[in-house]
Design a protein around this ligand. Structure first.
Ligand code: SAH
Length: 395
């Protein structure tokens, strides 16, 4: 069933230039109730064709344009060309023995918004961001079977309200894995669980930052890793020769998970500190004890709600940085990271400037990182390029 969606004038121009997300606010009207997975033709107010895509309600937007060609059919052959191109672009990554986990297909960056595919050492994980996208399941798995050799495939459904993960047995086909599955990233080991909730144990978009911490900032340093999750940055720092790492995360599971990541890298976890605590309480504790660090890593979620407070990166990053500055030694380094797509790198720089001004400290930007190449992005969809990492020297 095909449906026509008419886009408001002020949105039509940017969509014609390649902006692929169909935003709720952009819709003037559509001619009937639309079902998840329905094909949609997007037109402007005078009825001229903009693109063709599918309806699928996500956290942001209600669907994606997939082609600007009226006659192109959205079918298995369509997905075959997109996924084949994604494989071709990442050929070298498959040959690299020191990195066995990476993103194979990055949504709109590879031509299909609402779908990602990650590779973990002979296993694939397909993430579906809407029920609509999930309607193409058979086509996508048929293509994957034809193009990839794998041991097994798992999937994550993130299409309950607000992109929340749908609890399920995530196994799809092939053989089931034995977990933890060990993967390598620039020679570091990570323990991965493909069937244990929405997150698998490591965020692949930070690989360049982990490598830089290991190679450039860790040797002989005391490193504090806040919002540490499974401690991947701490592992990188320890492997780079940090004298000690301190990992702080609120979640109880972070303790055994971090011990495991250290252990699979032959690092004695008993020589590291792993603290289950609210980061903001840890800052108070550190200040009271007069503790200061050579390197402080900040990688908070975009939004977090704990018992006492809510944290929003867009509103509260400046304050977070102030706390970090207060316990960073002179000439020490702050790794300021955010995956929040709601503000730009320029804006992030104003947060940094403001925080240092308020703390009456000087700084110098040493390095900046955004998404690595396997997380392919397109210029016409800037919010897809969400990762911003600024490595700062406190002077
Ligand atoms: N930096 C991590 C990823 C962070 S994911 C990495 O590179 O692997 C976000 C983490 O922040 C989650 O593990 C969550 O438990 C933690 N978190 C959220 N709010 C927190 C708070 N107030 N204090 C400490 N940890 C928090």
């Amino acid at each position: 069933m095909e449906t026509t969606i008419t886009i408001k004038k002020r949105f039509a121009e940017k969509m014609r230039r390649g902006y692929p997300l169909i935003e709720q606010a952009a819709i003037l009207e559509h001619n009937q109730h639309i079902q998840e997975g329905a094909m949609v033709t997007v037109v402007d107010e005078v009825g001229s064709f903009i693109g063709k895509g599918y309806y699928g309600k996500q956290n942001k937007g209600i669907g994606w344009i997939l082609t600007k060609y009226k006659d192109e059919q959205i079918n298995e052959a369509f997905f075959m060309t997109r996924i084949q191109a994604a494989f071709d672009r990442r050929k070298q990554l498959f040959d690299d023995q020191t990195t066995t986990a990476f993103r194979l297909f990055n949504g709109e960056g590879d031509g299909v918004g609402g779908l990602t595919i990650d590779y973990y050492n002979d296993y694939y994980v397909v993430t579906w961001y809407s029920e609509g996208m999930y309607q193409f399941r058979d086509d996508i798995y048929s293509v994957l079977k034809q193009l990839a050799t794998f041991k097994g495939v798992y999937e994550k459904k993130r299409f309950a309200q607000k992109g929340q993960y749908v609890e399920d047995d995530d196994f799809v086909m092939g053989e089931r894995g034995e977990f933890p599955l060990l993967v390598k990233e620039n020679g570091m080991n990570f323990a991965i669980y493909l069937n244990d909730g929405p997150m698998v144990g490591v965020f692949l978009d930070q690989k360049e930052v982990r490598k830089s911490i290991r190679d450039n900032y860790a040797k002989g340093k005391e490193v504090l890793n806040t919002f540490s999750y499974t401690g991947a940055f701490s592992v990188a720092a320890a492997l780079g020769g940090a004298t000690k790492t301190t990992s702080v995360d609120l979640a109880k599971r972070s303790l055994p998970k971090t011990i495991e990541q250290f252990s699979v890298n032959d690092i004695d976890y008993e020589e590291q500190d792993i603290v289950v605590m609210d980061v903001f309480n840890y800052f108070q504790y550190a200040k009271k004890k007069g503790k200061a660090f050579d390197v402080v890593i900040l990688d908070p979620p975009s939004f977090a709600r704990s018992k006492k407070r809510t944290f929003s990166a867009a509103k509260d990053y400046t304050g977070l940085l102030q706390e970090a500055i207060a316990i960073t030694k002179k000439d020490g380094v702050i790794v300021a990271s955010t995956n929040c797509s709601a503000f730009s790198l320029e804006k992030f720089h104003t947060f940094i400037q403001e925080a240092f001004k308020k703390e009456k400290a000087k700084y110098q930007v040493l390095e900046e990182y955004s998404l690595p190449n396997d997380f392919r992005t397109i210029k016409s969809f800037r919010e897809g390029d969400y990762l911003k990492v600024v490595i700062i020297k406190r002077k």
